[in-house]
Design a protein around this ligand. Structure first.
Ligand SMILES: NC(=O)c1ccc[n+]([C@@H]2O[C@H](COP(=O)([O-])OP(=O)(O)OC[C@H]3O[C@@H](n4cnc5c(N)ncnc54)[C@H](O)[C@@H]3O)[C@@H](O)[C@H]2O)c1
Length: 347
């Protein structure tokens, strides 16, 4: 049994609920305090994640509040957490309310950093959206860390500003001779169980599987060669926990900083669709991919290619991806088949 306490913001969301369940599994008996204003999350994600992970019922706390309204010093004093994981954010990348996005995602962050400094490791979710369309896109090579900073939307900009707060305050705090344990992780395209409530923001693997399960042909932009670094949620959770320094063998230190968190593989959407069809055991000719032209209005900002350079993640965190994305897509698609199968909607 463990007397550890973890604080997880966004713990009712897709990745956050998977993280909560995994913490409860790895640190049996620990107490998890979730802070989530339920903007896009739901209590049901927590219940389902705990069920999937076989950790029994969730018995922690759920504070239904915005991260903007938390008195972080009091919260950290009260709970003395082993680690704080900050995933709570506005995640709809099409949200055009710039003030809202910046207030919630970026400006809520400095008080949290200052309260956690030297008292608890802090791991937070940044995003591949901080890269926008770097030169690496055209060259179709991996995005190294320094290529970020010119995002294409206010969501990516809000995540970039989180990193700027992190760098600035960590430098100030280090002047007393101790670097705070703060790690930012640029998640790439995450997929896996628990994303059903994300609607149009759910992964391509999820959307394509749902189209097939509804008896339709999976739809992709011509010619399906658009490639993203698709990373399985199990790996994302594993790296997020590792970044807090909780799993390291004695003497193996984490180097605080900002890191990429992807699979290290750029997977074309056509390959995702093939893997989905394989996972659903669809025969040749049944629900083949239907290609359509990309609308002109989205062409200008479309991220045609993303790929995480994972070399620094291996060096600084001692962590490497463990699951090949297409293998995970196949298994995920099979897992998404409802009980009783879906034979009625086959062509
Ligand atoms: N899913 C991805 O592919 C991906 C990629 C890059 C980065 N991320 C980041 O990972 C984190 C988790 O994303 P997700 O995919 O699980 O999305 P999600 O929308 O399922 O989860 C976000 C959670 O944050 C909560 N939230 C929103 N505003 C809040 C606020 N003001 N206070 C407290 N909670 C708030 C939501 O209710 C939700 O439960 C986010 O920070 C997101 O930006 C995700």
């Amino acid at each position: 049994m463990s007397d550890r306490v973890f604080i997880v913001t966004g713990g009712c969301g897709f990745i956050g609920s998977n993280l909560v369940a995994q913490l409860l599994k790895q640190f049996e008996g620990s107490h998890v305090v979730v802070i989530d204003d339920l903007r896009t999350g739901s209590y049901a994600n927590l219940v389902e994640a705990c069920d999937r992970t076989n950790v029994g019922a969730f018995t922690g706390q759920l504070l239904p509040e915005s991260v903007c309204d938390i008195d972080w010093h009091t919260l950290i004093d009260t709970h003395k957490p082993t680690a704080v994981f900050h995933l709570g954010a506005i995640t709809d990348t099409t949200n055009a309310n710039e003030a809202d996005m910046l207030r919630v995602n970026a400006e809520s962050f400095p008080p949290m950093i200052l309260a956690c400094a030297h008292r608890a490791p802090l791991v937070y979710a940044s995003s591949a959206a901080t890269y926008g369309t770097p030169p690496q896109t055209g060259q179709r090579v991996a995005f190294s860390l320094e290529a970020a900073g010119k995002p294409n939307n206010v969501y990516g900009f809000s995540k970039w500003l989180m990193e700027c707060h992190h760098r600035r305050l960590a430098t100030q705090l280090a002047r007393d001779g101790r670097s705070p344990h703060i790690v930012g992780l640029r998640y790439f395209n995450v997929f896996g169980p628990g994303e059903a409530r994300k609607g149009k923001m759910a992964s391509m693997a999820y959307q394509l599987t749902q189209q097939c399960l509804a008896g339709k042909r999976p739809r992709l932009f011509v010619d399906g060669s658009q490639s993203r670094d698709q990373v399985y949620v199990g790996d994302v959770v594993d790296c997020t926990i590792a970044a807090a320094g909780l799993q390291q063998p004695a003497g193996r230190a984490i180097t605080p900083g900002v890191y990429n968190l992807g699979s290290g593989v750029a997977t074309p959407f056509s390959a995702v669709a093939d893997a989905v069809r394989e996972g659903l055991t669809l025969k040749s000719g049944d629900r083949e991919v239907e290609y359509f032209e990309m609308p002109v209005n989205i062409r200008a900002f479309y991220q045609d290619f993303t790929l995480a350079d994972m070399s620094m993640t291996a060096k600084g965190l001692g962590w490497k991806p463990s699951i090949a994305p297409l293998q995970a897509v196949r298994e995920y698609a099979a897992w998404l088949v409802p009980p009783g199968g879906y034979s009625n909607c086959r062509n």
